[in-house]
Design a protein around this ligand. Structure first.
Ligand code: BEZ
Length: 251
């Protein structure tokens, strides 16, 4: 998927703003070497470095990495696939915020992370958990079906695992899971009744590929209408985010 790094920074800043509390879980110690997996435009990678660590950010999007390098020229950023990356150095910790659900091959990510850590190194992450944006996905699929796009309605864009499923994968790789939580976190959308359409355009364009522009606009209006009773609270719109957070240690 091609990312618009400017739009991401301007309209979806909540992604890295919520990440600040995941950073607290990381508990950075000065001098640690820390990898930020899925660094986006690099804001949290820079925060990690400001806490005294030597931070490296990776992202599969060249657009995001370009923006991160332009903004923070004192931090190392690389284009790399989270399911298949390798560094000669081993890290004290791997951090990841709102990225792992984009990578459907979970075991490959977990293995790459495990191999990149020192013994005793930690993997601290937050991702979308089972049920994440469930209402939004259901409404989008319903509208695709109503418009005759049956094949597109079967598109699976993300991987939102349950706590049991993901922690079992971590343990199977050799991690000891020291903390895990699965919880609801309704998340405000910007731009009022335009927020759902903007969110889908930014994060889920795969559902709407090859649909003519006018029809797409109409479909986004219909998805918004279906979601209004659930998402609109006195004019502020919220998406039904569900988070999965964990800390796992390489034994
Ligand atoms: C999330 O952070 O849960 C998320 C963000 C964009 C698309 C899907 C999920």
């Amino acid at each position: 998927m091609k990312w618009n790094a400017e739009l991401y920074d301007n309209k979806h800043a909540f992604v890295f703003e919520y990440g600040e509390s995941v950073l607290e879980m990381l508990d950075v110690k000065p001098g640690e070497h820390i990898l930020d997996l899925g660094c986006g435009t690099g804001h949290l990678t820079n925060e990690i470095q400001k806490l005294g660590a030597i931070a490296t950010g990776i992202d599969s999007s060249p657009e995001m990495v370009k923006k991160a390098r332009e903004t923070y020229n004192n931090v190392d950023f690389f284009v790399a696939d989270g399911a298949d990356f390798h560094f000669d150095e081993k890290f004290d910790a791997v951090f990841s915020n709102a990225t792992l659900h984009w990578i459907r091959n979970a075991d490959a990510v977990i293995k790459s992370v495990y191999d990149s850590l020192k013994p005793g190194g930690r993997f601290v992450a937050e991702m979308g958990g089972k049920g994440n944006v469930g209402k939004l996905i259901a409404a989008t699929k319903q509208v695709l079906i109503n418009h005759g796009y049956h094949k597109q309605s079967k598109t699976e864009v993300w991987y939102f695992p349950s706590l049991a499923e993901y922690t079992a994968r971590l343990e199977a790789q050799g991690f000891r899971v020291t903390f895990a939580a699965h919880f609801d976190r309704k998340t405000p959308l910007q731009d009022g009744d335009q927020g759902v359409a903007k969110w889908i355009t930014m994060f889920a364009p795969l559902y709407l590929v090859d649909i003519p522009e006018e029809e797409k606009k109409q479909m986004l209006t219909e998805v918004t209408e279906l979601l209004e009773p659930h998402y609109n609270e006195n004019g502020q719109w919220y998406a039904d985010y569900v988070r999965l957070r964990f800390t796992a240690v390489k034994e």
